[in-house]
Design a protein around this ligand. Structure first.
Ligand SMILES: NC(=O)c1ccc[n+]([C@@H]2O[C@H](COP(=O)([O-])OP(=O)(O)OC[C@H]3O[C@@H](n4cnc5c(N)ncnc54)[C@H](O)[C@@H]3O)[C@@H](O)[C@H]2O)c1
Length: 338
């Protein structure tokens, strides 16, 4: 058995990664280390084989807890744990600096101390800033880091610490940078699950600004597979951009969701734009495709339908979140909408 250490495994992408690895390998066991913040949901880990998945509740900023949980000579650390919502980083950046920057450094130190074979940092295209509207420019691995939000700045800082660990200490590191993910189990503060959940409840759908911001969407399982291949086949010290060549205007995403659910476009409500809202993200994934032999397997149409079906079939999962503290946060961000 090869042991991997996954942080943030109770979140959206981390849990998708764990489900995928346990389903598609037979020789991997996982230590899943997660602080269970508002975004971490133990329900995301239901049904996993306890013989190959061990959950440890802990904070990546807590050095002693990390050293205690991280097995000696582990095959890899996959660092998914993060504060991940841009709006929250605009309201309060401190937690982002702690978890995303300090937490990453704690993990890098622990990985060296425990002689971990490879450190995989899950980063984001947002570290590269924003591209001009309707241009034919794309983010590549050589694009300069120009983060615009506190979230993106914290993820860019984390990348610098990962690079420094490689250059200074020779740690075997790989960084992946992906675009916007969608799929089952995404916390309903992010665009797609927020719109699905509101539409299902006949509540207004808040769209920032003119709705013409462009995001490059990828189905979460395709992202998870690319991360695994980056660990298995990637070259040490390299960065791999991950994208499905699927640019969409936010407003078109929202209209498509309403159409699939058979709800009227009159539910759309334009609200004041997010501060510093990046206009366009678009990823060139040639290096990842060529070096890792990876391709996205899920089309936008299939992925969106599967996602909507999942939310329809798991209304209790959404209700659970929507009844709780999430509602207070929602009111603070968008005001009373209904
Ligand atoms: N969601 C996207 O579209 C996207 C795109 C590219 C990259 N990413 C990156 O992928 C990673 C996962 O994103 P996500 O959307 O699944 O996030 P998420 O917010 O759904 O999950 C984050 C998880 O990390 C845990 N966590 C937070 N702080 C922690 C701490 N201090 N110690 C231990 N665990 C902690 C949470 O409990 C939660 O389970 C993040 O690093 C994010 O930057 C996300």
């Amino acid at each position: 058995m090869r042991t991997i250490f996954v942080t943030g495994g109770a979140g959206f992408i981390g849990s998708a990664f764990i489900h995928l690895i346990l389903e598609t390998t037979t020789d991997v066991e996982i230590v899943d280390f997660d602080a269970l913040t508002y975004a971490g949901n133990p329900e995301n880990l239901k049904g996993l084989d306890p013989a190959r998945h061990r959950f440890v509740k802990g904070d990546i900023c807590d050095k002693a807890a990390v050293l205690d949980a991280l097995p000696d000579g582990a095959e890899a650390v996959f660092n998914f744990a993060a504060e991940s919502h841009v709006d929250r980083s605009i309201s309060s950046a401190g937690e982002f600096v702690l978890t995303n920057v300090l937490g990453t450094q704690v993990l890098l130190d622990a990985a060296r101390a425990k002689k971990v074979k490879r450190f995989v940092q899950i980063s984001t295209d947002e570290v590269m800033g924003s591209l001009p509207d309707d241009s034919n420019l794309y983010f590549t691995e050589l694009s300069p880091l120009k983060p615009n939000s506190p979230y993106a700045a914290s993820k860019a800082a984390a990348e610098h610490f990962v690079r420094a660990a490689r250059e200074t200490f020779g740690l075997d590191t790989v960084i992946t940078r992906c675009g916007n993910n969608y799929g089952p189990r995404q916390f309903p503060e992010k665009l797609i699950p927020l719109m699905i959940a509101n539409a299902m409840n006949d509540e207004p759908l808040p769209v920032y600004g003119d709705g013409r911001n462009v995001r490059d969407w990828i189905y979460v399982e395709d992202h998870a597979r690319a991360i695994w291949l980056a660990c298995e086949r990637g070259r040490a010290g390299e960065i791999y951009n991950i994208g499905a060549r699927n640019e969409q205007y936010n407003i078109d995403v929202v209209k498509t969701i309403l159409d699939i659910l058979g709800k009227p476009h009159s539910l759309i409500k334009f609200v004041a734009d997010r501060l510093g809202h990046d206009r366009r993200y678009a990823i060139e994934a040639d290096k990842t495709e060529n070096e890792l032999g990876w391709r996205p397997l899920t089309s936008w149409e299939d992925g969106l339908r599967r996602t909507i079906d999942w939310y329809r079939e798991n209304q209790a999962w959404v209700d659970h979140i929507r009844n709780g503290a999430y509602r207070d946060y929602y009111r603070k961000m968008y005001g009373e909408l209904s």
